[in-house]
Design a protein around this ligand. Structure first.
Ligand code: BGC
Length: 384
């Protein structure tokens, strides 16, 4: 990969972003590199956002993918904790299971790939079939993870940022309405990767946006995540059927292996006989967060005892899909040449609940003309 355009992250560039630039930043040299060519010949790019302590996110305009995330351990040693590849084409050619990507138009599953909105029924691509039951997953065959976004480096409140925009056409992947999406990644001095989502539409449509980073706090490719200790501020979950579609119930997790209201190692109860764990092949469920306020609050923590790396998840979203990499099987080899084995990465996808367009009792995911969807998620890193 060669550097093709060094530039400064300073106020002139920042002003081109459609978000408020609150202070004239101390300019810092940023860089953008080529991230290789896509199979159709278009070039993808990789942008680096870094703070003074070395915490760094490398993000591509292809799929808005968080390619790398460098985080210090308790001795100050940096490691890349995000699974991924070293060029854009591999994400398509190797059929990456959404490593690091932005997910849309609808993150998670829609039953039978169908929903009815304002009296009209819409059909979506059936691109997944857990338990042999077809559904539409993560926006269909070509979701937001597989498109080239328009990228603009910016500085927001003095922090390096990347503003990504994508216009999803009316009818794209079966969804109604032209949806204009803006996602802003920023890196803060507190070792946070912040993600601000914004969307507007010209026709009513379901929208559920998230990020699908697979974390391994030991460093990508360094074995299983079963020893990571997870806590989620979520007393309830939305149980699923064999097709990983919610039944519509909202049930307490107390007394089940899905109870992470106090910290537990992920591997501690993963083999306990339990129908939900059987359907998911492990953890692959939506938790109903205690925080239903729409305000940015701490909802989960993840600790890897050997390195000491600690991650806190904050979100404005009402749900959290915890997926522990059950479908990884060692066939994909990542950017540093290491195979990604079973459960070698885990996702904490902040979201609205799966299949909400077909579940009237779940919080609505319908965006209408004149409304602006706004959502924020923040991953904060430290070590202890
Ligand atoms: C889902 C898994 C799915 C994975 C695809 C996750 O968000 O919960 O069921 O297999 O995405 O990589």
């Amino acid at each position: 990969m060669k550097t093709i355009m060094p530039f400064l992250r300073c106020s002139a560039l920042a002003l081109t972003a459609s978000i408020a630039v609150l202070s004239a930043p101390a300019c810092s040299a940023a860089n953008v590199k080529s991230f290789g060519k896509l199979p159709d010949g278009r070039e993808a790019h990789l942008y680096t956002l870094q703070n003074a302590s070395g915490f760094r996110a490398d993000i591509s305009d292809f799929g808005g993918i968080v390619v790398s995330l460098y985080v210090a351990d308790k001795n100050g040693k940096l490691a890349d904790v995000s699974l991924g590849f070293d060029n854009a084409a591999d994400y398509l050619l190797k059929k990456a299971p959404y490593f690091g990507a932005l997910i849309g138009r609808y993150g998670n599953r829609i039953a039978h790939g169908k929903f009815t909105l304002d009296g009209q029924t819409y059909s979506l691509p059936l691109n997944d079939k857990p338990g042999n039951i077809p559904c539409s997953l993560h926006g269909g065959d070509v979701g937001f993870d597989k498109v080239l976004w328009t990228a603009k480096p910016a500085t927001i409140e003095g922090n390096p940022a990347l503003v990504l925009t994508y216009v999803s056409k009316d009818g794209e992947m079966g969804y109604p309405g032209t949806l204009t999406v803006e996602v802003t990644y920023s890196v803060t001095p507190k070792n946070e990767l912040r993600i601000d989502y914004k969307a507007t539409t010209d026709k009513a449509t379901p929208v559920n946006l998230t990020n699908h980073t697979y974390f391994n706090l030991k460093g990508e490719g360094n074995g299983s995540i079963l020893d990571h200790v997870l806590m989620m501020k979520a007393a309830k979950t939305t149980p699923v059927n064999a097709g990983l579609i919610p039944t519509g119930e909202i049930v307490p997790v107390a007394g089940t292996p899905l109870d992470f209201t106090t910290p537990h190692a992920i591997g501690e109860r993963i083999n306990v006989p339990n129908e939900q764990l059987k359907f998911g092949g492990g953890y692959d469920h939506n938790w109903v967060l205690d925080n239903q306020s729409g305000k940015l609050e701490l909802v989960a923590t993840l600790h890897e005892p050997a390195s000491g790396r600690f991650m806190e998840v904050f979100t404005t979203e009402p749900g959290l899909q915890f997926y522990c990499g059950n479908f990884l099987d060692g066939t994909l080899v990542g950017k540093s040449g290491k195979a990604y084995g079973h459960r070698s990465g885990l996702c904490l996808e902040t979201q609205h609940y799966p299949d909400s367009p077909n579940q009237p009792s779940f919080p609505s995911t319908i965006l209408r003309p004149g409304e602006t969807l706004k959502s924020t998620t923040l991953y904060r890193f430290s070590a202890k």
